[in-house]
Structures are given as structure tokens and as C-alpha cells.
Unconditional design. Sequence first.
Length: 243
Amino acid sequence: MQTQPKRPVIQIDNLVKTFADHTALQGLSLTVNQGVILALLGPNGAGKTTTINCLLGFLKPDKGRISVAGYSPQEDVALVRQQLAYIPEQVALYPRLSGLENLLYFSKIAKVAMADCDLRALLEIVSLPNHAIDKPVSSYSKGMRQKVGIAIALAKKSKALILDEPTSGLDPSASHEFSQLIQRLARQGVAILMATHDLFRAQEDAHRVAIINRGKLVETIHYQQLQETQLEAHYLKHIKVGA
């Protein structure tokens, strides 16, 4: 049986963004299809954060186009934010509320009505420990807060997930758990853009790796190549050339 081709969820075409005398993005183009994990690699200042801020509608590019599930953050930012979930390096939750209460609150903001039992089921799906569900988030580890963030994305039925340094500060066990979680989401059809410095997780998890430097896409490495190459060598070659 022929499989349906995966459709683009995130489409970035020829993006240019300049701050004063510094050009942060120089004609950047990226595509993330349904069910694909794209790891965005680059040194500090390469343009990863600027790309994410343009996707979220916090910055307006000088040139180029962005589409998220068919909507443009330049024109329909509210609709774009309905289609995606953003999980920053430090997930912003209300510390005095429990994981369940945070999930309920953010689901209501997204205009998603779910019963208490269904919200609990989502937290179980993302493997938040049962003993933590009703405890204040102030007692959570970074990995546990990320799981609540993923549960919020599931409640919203987000078509795209934007991750910013998701494994920074996680121990190997928590990093592995997070890896399994995002791979499961990808199998369900979610498009995932993961900005990271974690070369190991990029090589293990990503279907494609995009290396950027000084706002330019310098190489895209596909899954088969990732299994046959030393990602670190590719990365350092481009960063050294761009230094």
C-alpha cells in the first residue's frame, strides 16, 4: 500500500532579519514535514533564537515568508500559536499550581475543554510520576516541567512543536525519557523543530539536521547520512569555516 506523502507543517522561505548593523538571518530556508524531527544546530549567535522568535511572531522578518500549518505569523499570529506549542529551555509554569492545575489553566487559555480524568491521562501519557501530578510545580525537576509542557501541547493537539535546548541540564536518564517522548509525538504526525547544542541527541533523534552559522544554512544532513557520518566532524567543519 502506498503511503501518503508527508506535508510541510513549518515552512521558512528566504528569511532575512537585521538588527541595526547585524544581519541575524541571511536568506534562511527550512522545511519541517509532518512526523519529522528537525534538529537545528549552530553556535551561539548563529540565528537559532531569531528563527524561533520569527516563527512565534515575536519578531517580524525583513524579508521572506513563514508558514505554520498554512498560517503566517506575519499575518495571523493568533492562528499560528494555536497550531504550535513552544517549549523553551526553562518551561514557564505557575510554581504554586500543581502540574494538573497548570495543564487545566493553559488548556482553558487555548479554549480546550477537557475533563479532569482526561487531563490526568495526558500527564500519565507523558510519564509524569503519579505522585507529582497534584504537587506544586515548584517541587518539579526540569524534566518534569518539560513533561507538563508536552502535555499542554497534546491537549492543544498542536501540529508543530518548537523546542529550545530541551535537553540542556537534564541527566542522561531524563534526556533519554524526553527523547522517547518526542519520538512518540513524531510518530503521531507532529512536526518538531529542535534548536539544540546536544549533538548526541540530534544524531540519535532527528530525521534531519540543519546546521546554520551566521544566519545561513550551511548543510542539511538526512537520516541515512546521520547513521553513516560523524555529526560532530560535520558541525565543527562548518563552524570553523564560519569563524
